[in-house]
Design a binder for this molecule. Structure first.
Ligand code: NAD
Length: 305
């Protein structure tokens, strides 16, 4: 199959691109390299540097390349910055997907797979979150991701373009950018490797659901095959505290750095985890990597750098 991957030079989608290439698909990657790196682009993929907010360019690329599937991972991903600059977030995550879908409908694309958020989608509810719960995103980032899904529903209803929206929990793994604000495994690993002590925000008891990038890749492979159309949580249901993340990263990196705490971030969710029962039913997907094993892989990757 010919698959166009947006954001394919980034952390998650470069792993997806590797797997699609390994499975014999023809892959075209579009990325503006704002956080992505060309060294992550698989050799056998075609790379086009372009911005999805540039309507003319992205639509010309889609019309010329005529992919059968679009896997959409390009996005602005910083929740904090989306609060400071909601217009920038919406430009990338709402106008961006509209630019893509208007061209996708013209070429009759057969499927769209989108990277959405589970962690920022449901608001403050009892965990684990499942897809029957009302979406109540509390940040412009969560709102823009939900808007993307609503547009995909619209293009499905009106133009019969099937879609799968994968609502990831906190994804971690090799290649994650430590300069964002959400990749705590990457942030802790990079700082500890540099001999610095990362500050834990608050008392470290807040929990998150950490899903390994290899498991996320499997969901992107299964999404190619399924007849299912709609939204699916991709997480582990297991809640891990920031203190536990710190301890495991320190152990795997063989460091003896001690915890230091900074001020809590106002308004931050205390807990977050996703039920993956629906993904299990419709895709046969389940997370396989345990958190300590996954962190071992991240640590090994950092040691190679
Ligand atoms: N990392 C997580 O925990 C997580 C959780 C939920 C959802 N997601 C979603 O997964 C996707 C990938 O996230 P990631 O963690 O790999 O981040 P990332 O920053 O590594 O990847 C994003 C990629 O998109 C590119 N990009 C950004 N804006 C672009 C634009 N306007 N035009 C073209 N390319 C652009 C970047 O250069 C980068 O290569 C995003 O859509 C994100 O919202 C990530």
């Amino acid at each position: 199959m010919k698959i166009l991957i947006t954001g394919g030079a980034g952390f998650i989608a470069s792993h997806v691109a590797d797997a699609y290439v390994a499975n014999g698909h023809e892959v075209v990657i579009v990325d503006n390299l704002s956080t992505g790196k060309t060294k992550f682009v698989p050799e056998k993929a075609k790379f086009i540097e372009a911005d999805i907010t540039d309507k003319e360019t992205i639509q010309r690329i889609i019309r010329e390349e005529k992919p059968e599937v679009i896997n959409h991972h390009a996005a602005h991903i910083q929740v904090g910055y989306s609060v400071e600059n909601p217009q920038f977030d919406a430009e990338n995550n709402i106008i961006g997907i509209l630019n893509i879908m208007e061209a996708a409908k013209d070429i009759g694309v057969k499927k769209v797979i989108m990277a959405a958020t589970g962690g920022a989608m449901y608001g403050n509810k009892q965990t684990p979150f499942d897809e029957t719960m009302k979406e109540q995103p509390l940040s412009p980032y969560g709102i823009s991701k939900r808007a993307g899904e609503l547009y995909l529903n619209y293009y499905h209803e009106l133009y019969n373009i099937p879609f799968v929206s994968l609502r990831y929990s906190n994804v971690y793994g090799p290649r994650q950018n430590a300069h964002g604000e959400s990749g705590v495994v990457a942030i802790f690993s990079e700082m500890i490797m540099a001999g610095k002590t990362p500050l834990i925000n608050g008392d470290g008891t807040h929990t998150r659901d950490y899903v390994y990038v290899g498991d996320v890749v499997k969901a992107n492979l299964l999404a190619l095959e399924t007849e299912f159309v709609g939204e699916l949580n991709i997480g582990t249901t297991t809640e891990i505290s920031t203190n536990e993340v710190f301890d495991i990263v320190v152990t795997e990196l063989g460091s003896d750095i001690k915890k230091e705490y900074g001020p809590a971030r106002p308004g931050e969710q205390v807990t977050s985890s996703l039920s993956y029962q629906k993904a299990k039913e419709v895709l046969g997907w389940e997370p396989e990597m345990s958190f300590p094993e996954g962190v071992k892989k991240v640590a090994a990757w950092y040691k190679e750098q």
